[in-house]
Design a protein around this ligand. Structure first.
Ligand SMILES: *[C@@H]1O[C@H](CO)[C@@H](O)[C@H](O)[C@H]1NC(C)=O
Ligand SMILES: *[C@@H]1O[C@H](CO)[C@@H](O)[C@H](O)[C@H]1NC(C)=O
Ligand SMILES: *[C@@H]1O[C@H](CO)[C@@H](O)[C@H](O)[C@H]1NC(C)=O
Ligand SMILES: *[C@@H]1O[C@H](CO)[C@@H](O)[C@H](O)[C@H]1NC(C)=O
Ligand SMILES: *[C@@H]1O[C@H](CO)[C@@H](O)[C@H](O)[C@H]1NC(C)=O
Ligand SMILES: *[C@@H]1O[C@H](CO)[C@@H](O)[C@H](O)[C@H]1NC(C)=O
Length: 480
C-alpha cells in the first residue's frame, strides 16, 4: 500500500500511454468505414460459420434496462442445431444488452459490434450456483459452490468470442462491495469461464469490471486469446486479467491489462484437490502484453499450481507501475512443480520487485492438505530485460530443504530508485547462475563468465498453437 501511494506520478505516465493506445483506435475507425462500404465486417477466426442470427430476432432489447438472459440463451439453444451443418454466429448489434449468465455451444461464434456493450446483471438470481471445480475442492472466495460465470461453456469444441472491440462490462462494483462486507454466500462469478473444451478463441474485445477474474479457461486445450483490453480499478478485489488453469497449448498475445490483481495468473488447482486431478498448465505462450498492476504481478505462476506448471514462454512484455514482473507463488502442501519457464525481452518502469519467487504463500483450501507435499521449482530462465525505478531487484526465497534450482538470469539491467533503502537482492534456498546482470546479484546466483551459461536460452521450436492459422470471416452489415 505504501508503494501504491508512491506510484501516483507513474499512474500519470500510464494514463499518457493509454491515450497513446487510444490513438491507435483512429486507424480502426478508417478500417471499419472501409468495411461498411463493402457492407461486410471482417474479422479473423479459427473457423467461419455458415449460419448467422442477430440477438434482436430472439427478443433482445439493447436499452440497458431489459434483461436479455432469455434472448441470449434461446438464441444460442436455437443456433446449436447448426453445429453439424457449418456452425452459426450470433451477432450482438450496437446497444447496451443487460443480461445474466448464459451458456455457449459448440461450432459457434459470438460476435460483438464495436458499439455493443454486454452489461452483466447485478441480480444474483441471474447466476445459478454450480459445483466447485474438482481441482479446487471449493470456491475460491469460500467453501461450497459458486455463482456461474457470466459467459459460461463446458464440454465444447470450436467456440469464438470476438468482435470489433465491443465491450463486456461485468458491473463488478456490486460484487466487490458485498465481497468486502463478507455478505456473499458463494464465490463470485467470473466474466468468461470455459471448462473441458478445445479450440477456443477470445479476441478483439474490451472486458471491464469483472466481479472477479476476467477470463478463466479450465481443463481446456488449444486456446487463442488476442487483442483484449482488460480494465478494472486497481483497488478492486481479485480482478485478475487472464487465468489459464490446467490448460494445454495456449497463446495469449497483444493484450493490454490494468487491474486490481495479477494481469495473467497461471494456475492448475489447489493443494490436495489439484494434486488429485493432476492436470498441469503447459505449452503456454504469452507475448506483447502491456500490464499495469500496482499491487500484483504482471505474470503470476501460482499460487494454485498443484497440477503443475511447465513450458511457459513469455516475451515482449511491458510493465508499468506494477508490484512484480514474473512472480512464482507456492507453498508446502501445493506439491507438483513449476518448471521450464522462459522469459525474455521485458521492459519495466516503476516496479517494487523485478524478480520475486517465494515458497511461503499461505492460503490453503482446508486443513486436509499435506504439508509434506513440497513443490519442485526448477529451470526458471530470464534474459534480455531492462527495468527502471525499481525498489528491490530480486526477492528470491525457496523452501528450507526444498531449494528452487536452475535459476538462470542473463543480460538484465535494473535501475534502482534513488529512494530505495533496501538491499537490491535478498536470496535464500535458491540455486542458479547469472551473467551480465546489474546490480550485482546475491552470492547464491554467481556471475558466470559470458558464454558458459547453460539453460538460460529461450526455446527455438514453436508450440502447436503458434501455427494455428486464422481465416477471414465476416458479418453482413445489414445486421447493424
Ligand atoms: C519511481 O517510483 C516511485 C515509487 O517507488 C514513484 O513514486 C515515482 O513516481 C517513480 N518515478 C518515476 C519517474 O516514474
Ligand atoms: C478497444 O477499446 C478500448 C476502449 O474500450 C481502447 O482502449 C482500445 O485501444 C481499443 N483497442 C483497439 C485495438 O482499438
Ligand atoms: C483484431 O483487430 C486488429 C485491429 O483491427 C486486427 O489487425 C486483427 O486481425 C484482429 N484480430 C482478430 C483475431 O480478429
Ligand atoms: C448452464 O450450464 C450449467 C452447468 O452445466 C448448468 O448448471 C446451467 O443450468 C446451464 N444453464 C442453462 C440456462 O442451461
Ligand atoms: C540484452 O538485452 C537488451 C534488451 O532486451 C537487448 O536489446 C540486447 O540485444 C541484449 N544483448 C544481447 C547480447 O543479447
Ligand atoms: C529477506 O528474505 C527473508 C526470507 O524470505 C525475509 O525473512 C527477510 O525479511 C528478507 N529481508 C529483507 C531485507 O527484505
Amino acid at each position: 500500500m505504501e508503494f501504491c501511494r508512491r506510484t501516483k506520478t507513474s499512474h500519470i505516465i500510464a494514463i499518457a500511454l493509454l491515450f497513446f493506445i487510444l490513438g491507435l483506435a483512429n486507424s480502426r475507425v478508417v478500417e471499419s468505414r472501409k468495411q461498411r462500404r463493402s457492407n461486410l465486417f471482417d474479422f479473423q477466426a479459427i473457423n467461419c460459420r455458415k449460419h448467422s442470427a442477430v440477438l434482436t430476432d430472439f427478443g433482445g432489447k439493447g436499452d440497458g434496462i431489459t434483461s436479455n438472459t432469455k434472448a441470449f440463451q434461446s438464441a444460442i439453444n436455437h443456433l446449436s442445431q447448426f453445429a453439424p451443418d457449418g456452425g452459426a454466429q450470433l451477432i450482438v448489434p450496437p446497444g447496451k444488452w443487460l443480461t445474466g449468465s448464459f451458456n455457449l455451444t459448440s461450432h459457434f461464434t459470438l460476435y460483438l459490434h464495436q458499439n455493443a456493450v454486454i452489461l452483466a446483471s447485478q441480480d444474483e438470481s441471474e447466476y445459478p450456483i454450480i459445483e466447485p471445480l474438482a481441482s479446487y475442492g471449493r470456491g475460491r472466495d469460500g467453501p461450497g459452490g459458486r455463482y456461474i460465470s457470466l459467459i459460461f461453456g463446458t464440454n465444447l469444441v470450436d467456440v469464438v468470442i470476438t468482435g470489433g472491440n465491443g465491450t463486456i462490462d461485468g458491473q463488478g462494483s456490486y460484487w466487490w462491495d458485498k465481497f468486502h462486507k463478507e455478505e456473499l454466500k458463494y464465490t463470485r462469478p467470473y466474466l468468461i469461464e470455459i471448462l473441458y473444451s478445445q479450440q477456443i478463441q477470445i479476441t478483439n474485445l474490451t472486458l471491464i469490471n469483472s466481479p472477479s477474474w476476467h477470463v478463466h479457461p479450465v481443463y481446456t486445450r488449444d486456446i487463442i486469446i488476442q487483442g483484449l483490453t482488460i480494465r478494472a480499478p486497481v483497488d478492486s478485489p481479485n480482478t485478475d486479467g487472464i487465468n489459464p488453469d490446467s490448460c494445454t497449448n495456449t497463446r495469449i498475445e497483444d493484450c493490454f491489462i490494468v487491474s486490481g490483481d495479477d494481469c495473467i495468473a497461471v494456475k492448475s488447482g489447489w493443494d490436495e484437490y489439484g494434486i488429485k486431478v493432476g492436470l498441469p498448465t503447459q505449452q503456454l505462450v504469452i507475448r506483447r502484453l502491456t500490464c499495469i498492476s500496482p499491487d500484483s504481478a504482471v505474470i503470476a505462476l501460482g499460487s494454485e499450481m498443484s497440477g503443475g506448471i511447465k513450458d511457459v514462454r513469455a516475451e515482449d512484455i511491458t510493465a508499468i507501475a506494477s508490484q512484480s514482473g514474473v512472480r512464482i507463488k507456492t507453498a508446502p502442501g501445493r506439491g507438483a512443480y513449476v518448471k521450464d519457464i522462459y522469459v525474455r525481452r521485458m521492459t519495466m518502469h516503476t516496479m517494487k520487485y523485478v524478480f520475486w519467487m517465494a515458497g511461503s504463500y499461505g492460503e490453503h483450501p482446508d486443513e486436509g492438505y499435506d504439508p509434506k507435499a513440497l513443490p519442485v521449482v526448477q529451470n526458471i530462465n530470464f534474459k534480455d530485460m531492462v527495468a527502471e525505478n525499481v525498489t528491490i531487484a530480486g526477492n528470491l526465497a525457496g523452501i528450507e530443504g526444498d531449494p528452487f534450482t536452475g535459476i538462470c538470469i542473463s543480460n538484465v539491467s535494473i535501475g534502482i530508485s534513488s529512494f530505495s533503502k533496501k538491499k537490491p537482492w535478498n536470496c535464500s534456498d535458491i540455486e542458479g547462475v547469472t551473467s551480465n546482470v546489474s546490480p550485482q546479484p546475491c552470492s547464491l546466483l554467481p556471475d558466470n563468465a559470458p558464454g558458459s551459461l547453460k539453460g538460460c536460452d529461450f526455446p527455438e521450436d514453436q508450440l502447436p498453437i503458434e501455427s494455428v492459422p486464422l481465416k477471414t470471416c465476416s458479418v453482413a452489415g445489414k445486421y447493424f
